[in-house]
Design a protein around this ligand. Structure first.
Ligand SMILES: [Zn+2]
Length: 429
């Protein structure tokens, strides 16, 4: 996919014009699908720069493709496998849908023709490692690099024009690891997760694949759908998914990498978030103090006793001082606006203080618990143990002279003190 100019030169100028039209005209869809008037079509082409947004897909990352509501990107992993990949290709062709395929190097090596078919059909082709190990999250980085290189080498080798390979990579099993991501990013390769899968690699029915695809899409309203073009259940479910996408008003977006000739589609940073903050989304920012009328004045009338729900006729109920104070000030200064201003971050500080206090309380309780447990254990040991303790002279010492009276809570709470002192002495040694 790199160097579309090369593609345009080597292919017919009609392909070039159609490609440019697709980029320039977002409204190009069903009507542009000859012989298939009811096709879903591809509504627009989104050009992305991997260096600007290196990790995408909300299943794992903060950012995802800058799609509008009801826009969907179809992705297929693990191919090409002629038996099923060819059927997927036909279904997409009948609907004039452009998708993104993540190729396994081993599959490309075994079936290079399958890769060429994808490119010829105008789909985007990225890679998905050499042998699809599900250990990217724990393998040595050198091995990960060999896997990445193998996938890229065999997929591009299968292409007539290797520049058509997109710098897009999906980690097998989405077993992400920071080292792997950093390696890919340093090479200008975009790491693709997804926004929702349809579980089509599991032993579920095609109908279940269809249901999951639609339900999960409906939950997010837009996004990258992860499918596999090597599964019979995906082949069976795909037409129904596409029909339903159309019925529900979804539009397909084709994603291609930016090149020198084809700059990235202009976007803003918030568009790369699945749900950018809006007026209807609550945010953790304290609201400003409203501009009340009283802020115009400098003094306010002091509250009278009546305002305080007191009965002036029965002032004897109140201390005399209060009555005297009433006459001191008839007005009070208006509190300044600053008094109500809560600086940004104060809520977090307050929360953290509260949490710290709770944590301290928990620690104190935890410290008490062993002592309480010891006390209980002493109790449960029964009278013989207690007597033994008394015989050793511990109890009289702990009780002290204050506990000469009737047995009280004081004597109970004082009981553990010798243990603490003893332990402290021990520590001091
Ligand atoms: Zn895979």
């Amino acid at each position: 996919m790199i160097g579309s100019s090369v593609v345009c030169r080597t292919r017919s100028w009609i392909v070039l014009c159609l490609g440019l039209l697709a980029v320039a005209s977002p409204a190009a869809h069903a009507a542009d699908c000859p012989g298939h008037p009811d096709a879903l079509g591809t509504s627009r082409t989104l050009v992305v720069d991997p260096r600007e947004h290196p990790r995408i897909g909300t299943m794992q990352y903060r950012e995802t493709l800058p799609l509008k509501d009801h826009e969907v990107v179809l992705t297929f992993d693990d191919g090409p496998l002629p038996k099923y990949s060819n059927q997927v290709l036909q279904i997409l062709a009948d609907e004039c849908i452009k998708a993104t395929f993540f190729i396994i190097g081993g599959q490309a090596k075994a079936n290079p023709e399958g890769v060429r078919k994808l490119v010829a059909a105008g789909h985007t082709v990225g890679t998905h490692s050499m042998t699809h190990p599900l250990t990217f999250d724990r393998m040595p980085i050198e091995k990960a690099e060999t896997e990445i290189n193998g996938g890229v080498a065999w997929t591009s080798a299968a292409m007539t024009d290797p520049s058509r390979l997109a710098p897009f990579f999906r980690i097998p099993g989405l077993m992400r690891a920071e080292g792997v991501e950093n390696l890919l990013i340093s090479r200008g390769i975009q790491v693709w997760s997804a926004d929702f899968p349809a579980d089509d690699w599991r032993h579920v029915s095609p109908d279940r694949v269809y249901q999951l695809a639609i339900q999960r899409l409906e939950a997010k309203g837009k996004g990258i759908l992860l499918l596999h073009d090597i599964q019979p259940r995906t082949v069976a479910a795909l037409p129904k998914i596409i029909r339903d996408l159309k019925a529900r008003g979804y539009r397909i977006v084709h994603v291609v990498p930016a090149t020198a000739d084809q700059p990235a589609t202009p976007t803003t940073a918030v568009e790369w978030l699945l749900h950018p903050p809006t007026e209807t989304v609550p945010i953790a920012r304290w609201p400003g103090v409203p501009n009340f009328v009283f802020t115009e004045t400098r003094m306010l009338p002091a509250p009278s006793l009546v305002d305080l729900n007191t009965q002036t006729e029965r002032q004897s109920l109140l201390p005399h001082k209060t009555k005297a104070q009433v006459d001191i000030a008839s007005t009070l200064p208006v509190p300044s606006r600053d008094l109500f201003a809560i600086p940004e971050g104060s809520v977090e500080v307050l929360l953290s203080t509260t949490l710290a206090r709770r944590a301290a309380t928990r620690l104190a309780m935890a410290a008490e618990t062993p002592r309480a447990a010891k006390g209980n254990a002493a109790k449960s040991r029964g009278p013989r143990t207690a007597h033994a303790a008394q015989a050793k002279g511990a109890a009289p010492k702990s009780a002290g002279p204050k506990s000469a009276g009737p047995k009280s809570a004081t004597s109970k709470s004082a009981a553990p003190h010798p243990t603490r002192v003893a332990s402290l002495k021990k520590r001091a040694q």
